[in-house]
Design a protein around this ligand. Structure first.
Ligand code: PMP
Length: 357
């Protein structure tokens, strides 16, 4: 606490990101990074962009990247916004679409991405956390009431559970009937077992904002690129907020790398199929060890063991050089979220679990 902090800074409760250890001695299963490298063309594009043109500002329209994204989904660049990671886009979305000091709260589940309440507090937006069912599934009827907007991570984090596409659509329609936004954060959609993305419906629903990231599905957590897809008017709203803040949120290297990544979807489909296969294999092996698992549609699993507390398991794994993630909050304190690594990483994880249990 400093006497120079203003009221807003004093009141903040910042998000705490997962540990990024400086030494390489850990098997890192704690921040849902992709275990496979980015496509070689991505690294080449970044190298090629590291030239004397760095003296010039990047394109504030990010047109080449937005065009590459639009092409992937058969949409127009006016329906695409890009940002410095999807976290930044989420922060802009809370600022652009939810009212500060409103009577009606923005709704999101009690167990979901823990950045949502941080953004809500940052912009002084009232919010309410709607309890998930005991099995962490979501009932859309719970959201069928007056609200200032709804935010859903689908698949959800840290539970890994996905909402069915028809339920997701129904939720958007409920929100449309109220004239309110439905924000769907699809950070983990590339790992879902069933098609569940709402991207194909942005022409149908002007109140639908979908948010995506290259951090997980495109192995580019280190580049910081995310994108939103929505009706052009929502995209313009995000743009107004961004340009009241920083017109150049993506640098030349990030633009080059991300554009190359969007053109290499076949490579990434292959990597992500491997992640899914490893996830399903490890889930079955953990179940055989007596672990309880939430069915995962993401690149991580959410699990607990009846014989050991979450804090004990987390610490014992860490001692064995394996980093996982855990939240010391009600309902999930005994669960660990374990990102899916390579098969070798996961074999080491399984061996450690077997020895601890
Ligand atoms: N949404 C969800 C649900 C996440 O888990 C994450 C990763 N922490 C993000 C968004 C942010 O991803 P990024 O800023 O790397 O795009």
């Amino acid at each position: 606490m400093s006497k120079y902090w203003n009221q807003r800074t004093r009141a903040l409760s910042p998000y705490i990101p997962g540990e990024q250890p400086r030494e390489q001695k850990f098997i890192k299963l704690n921040t849902n990074e992709n275990p496979y490298p980015p496509a070689p063309e991505v690294v080449t594009a970044i190298r090629n962009a590291a030239n004397e043109n760095l003296r010039l500002y990047p394109d504030p329209e990010c047109l080449e990247l937005r065009t590459a994204i639009a092409r992937r989904y058969a949409l127009t660049p006016e329906q695409v916004f890009v940002g410095n990671g999807s976290d930044e886009i989420l922060a802009f979305a809370f600022a652009a679409f939810f009212e500060s000091g409103a009577d009606l709260p923005v709704l999101f589940p009690d167990i979901t991405y823990s950045f949502y309440p941080v953004y809500a507090r940052l912009w002084d937006t009232p919010f309410e956390m709607v309890p998930l069912c005991d099995d962490f599934s979501l009932t859309i009827d719970d959201y069928d009431r007056p609200n200032g907007g709804v935010v859903i991570a689908n698949p959800n984090a840290p539970t890994g559970r996905a909402l069915r596409l028809d339920d997701a659509r129904l939720l958007v329609e409920q929100q449309a009937a109220r004239g309110k936004i439905a924000l769907f954060d699809e950070a983990y959609m590339a790992f879902a077992s069933e098609p569940g993305s709402l991207v194909g419906y942005v022409n149908e629903y002007p109140n639908l904002l979908t948010v995506h990231t290259l951090s997980k599905a495109a192995s580019l957590a280190g580049l910081r690129v995310g994108y939103a897809i929505a009706h052009a008017e929502l995209i313009e709203g995000l743009r107004r907020v961004r340009d009241s803040f920083n017109s150049y949120t993506l640098d030349r290297l990030a633009l080059a790398g991300a554009t190359a990544a969007m053109r290499r979807s076949a490579y990434y489909d292959d990597c992500n199929r491997r992640v899914i296969a490893t996830r399903d294999r490890v889930s079955a092996q953990l179940a055989a060890l007596g672990f309880e698992l939430v069915p995962s549609s993401a690149n991580f699993i959410f699990t607990r063991h009846p014989a050991i507390k979450g804090s004990g398991l987390f610490a014992a794994l860490r001692e064995r050089g394996i980093l996982t993630r855990r939240w010391d909050v009600p309902r999930i304190a005994d669960y660990l979220r374990v990102s899916i690594g390579t098969d070798a990483d996961m074999d080491a994880f399984l061996a450690a679990c077997a020895s601890i249990i």
